[in-house]
Design a binder for this molecule. Structure first.
Ligand code: HEM
Length: 477
């Protein structure tokens, strides 16, 4: 009946698929880039099938506005996802919960209790401490003219910050199992992005040919034990006045109060713990890594940021969070880096809960909708010289990062947009500002800026394919 009813409706255009696989073979190693190339030929709303599952790929600001604003309600859900089912407690986390009563309440809880300005500010001191440790360690390299693996340093820093904010203290690798804390989390992120045949061919789900379900069950068991241990530590530990309440404290208070209008027990606390840690650490690290890369590649922009810092902060002080609002050029630099390198370039998948018509095309119910923020940020109709890094393009422009301007969507837009934007931006701005204020950066072995490798490594979060290796010189008085 459904097929007959929709027989004469026009689906969006798309490339030719092959039997069974559909278009899966076209995704390649860097799906955001390949989908961008395909959209140049087939248009900003493409219909593709990955296995048996229909996908709609959205690649222009105008089209994104239709999906994320005009018809926001139809596309605010998330599709069923094998990895999240196992790792995120049956998709009870905020990121992958289907749209509805539970998600709305969970979103309210996270926004008001965990990601409010008040809460974010309560961790200001912790961020400063962690960043000072990084600056001290880089100073040691500067003394010896050593080469720093800046990618690794930044990734370590943001993981430590997220650990303290979410779990209340830092954990060492040995605290979880022989793979180590970072190893286990990397496995989670990898499993979440690996193409799982069960997602594209639901009939194959129970056979688990790739062994992914087994791996997911194993890793989720390890994480569950670890989170249980953290929660037990919190239950036994009265908060002392010096320590601000971490996310686990706050959620345990809410759970114990029994005041939520929805079921909120230990399982939900654990789902949000993983959500908040995974969503905050890598996204901020990748934003910092790409911004520093672009600044090193564009010495004029680097000099301009450093000049601004000299004027606003001065060379005998380090950057404080209170300085950030006055660093106009730095804020343009971050915007421009996020335009060229949206660190979650395909966002998280959206899911249509009803049939819908957009630009005359039929968008079937239960389609997965992929918004390609990477293609949107490079759309030549929206941006002059889109491939170039030009922070000055934002002078006098009112385009911001909040998702009201559909040509710039690194944090998404509408109901499912990123609730951690404020926090992510504070961390990225603070770390970039501090690192370029405290140090001059050179590429090793007389490498020229234009020789810097810009290859990307696709994942839930896009990082540089090779680490950013640089030689620091301390510049404060
Ligand atoms: C620079 C850093 C960050 C970037 C670029 C970023 C980007 C994004 C994007 C693109 C989405 C998907 C939007 C969509 O599907 O429409 C998202 C969702 C989300 N982000 Fe972020 N994010 C960042 C930092 C953070 C931080 C610090 C947190 C929390 C501690 C966070 C928590 C979340 C959550 C929970 C969701 C899912 C929201 C939902 O489905 O309702 N993010 N983020």
């Amino acid at each position: 009946f459904h097929i007959l009813k929709n027989k004469n409706k026009k689906l969006p255009p798309g490339p030719k698929g092959i039997p069974i696989l559909g278009h899966l073979h076209l995704l390649g190693k860097n799906p955001h880039q390949n989908l961008h190339i395909l959209s140049k030929k087939h248009g900003p709303i493409m219909y593709m099938k990955f296995g048996f599952i229909p996908h709609i790929i959205v690649s222009s600001p105008q089209a994104a506005q239709q999906f994320l604003k005009t018809h926001d309600l139809v596309f605010s859900s998330r599709p069923p996802h094998e990895a999240c089912k196992h790792i995120s407690y049956e998709q009870t986390n905020l990121s992958f919960a289907p749209y509805g009563h539970y998600w709305r309440n969970m979103r309210k809880l996270c926004t008001l209790e965990l990601l409010s300005n008040l809460k974010i500010n309560s961790f200001q001191h912790m961020r400063k401490e962690e960043l000072n440790l990084l600056v001290d360690s880089i100073k040691r390299y500067a003394k010896e003219r050593g080469v720093v693996n800046l990618s690794a340093k930044v990734s370590f820093l943001t993981a430590e910050m997220s650990c303290r904010m979410v779990f209340g203290r830092k954990y060492e690798d040995k605290d979880i199992n022989e793979k180590g804390f970072r190893g286990v989390l990397q496995e989670v992120m990898k499993l979440a992005i690996l193409p799982n045949l069960g997602d594209y061919f639901p009939v194959l789900r129970k056979f688990d040919f790739q062994g992914l379900t087994r791996r997911m069950k194993n890793v989720s068991g390890v994480i569950d034990d670890f989170f249980e241990k953290i929660i037990d530590e919190h239950v036994g530990d009265g908060i002392n006045e010096e320590r601000s309440k971490d996310f686990v404290d706050t959620m345990m208070d809410i759970m114990k109060s029994g005041k939520t209008e929805f079921q909120f027990d230990r399982r939900h606390v654990k789902a949000v713990m993983l959500d908040m840690f995974a969503a905050s650490a890598d996204t901020s690290a990748a934003t910092i890594e790409w911004t520093l890369t672009e600044l090193i590649k564009n010495p004029k922009a680097m000099q301009r940021v450093q000049k601004e810092l000299e004027q606003v902060v001065t060379l005998n002080k380090i950057v404080e969070e209170s300085d950030l609002e006055r660093l106009d050029y730095l804020n343009m630099v971050i915007k421009e880096a996020l335009r060229l390198h949206p660190v979650a370039p395909l966002m998280l998948p959206h899911y249509s809960t009803e049939d819908c018509t957009i630009n005359g095309y039929h968008i079937p119910k239960e389609s997965r909708v992929i918004i390609n923020a990477f293609a949107i940020g490079r759309d030549p109709k929206a941006w002059n010289e889109p491939e170039k890094f030009i922070p000055e393009r934002f002078i006098g422009s009112n385009v911001d990062l909040r998702g009201q301007h559909f040509e710039l969507l690194p944090f998404g837009s509408g109901r499912r947009s990123c609730p951690g934007m404020q926090l992510g931006l504070i961390v990225a701005r603070l770390v970039v500002a501090q690192l370029v204020h405290c140090f001059d950066w050179e590429l090793p072995n007389e490498m020229l800026a234009e020789e810097l490798d810009m290859s990307e490594e696709f994942g839930l979060v896009i990082t540089r394919a090779c680490n950013l290796m640089v030689v620091p010189t301390y510049r404060l008085i």
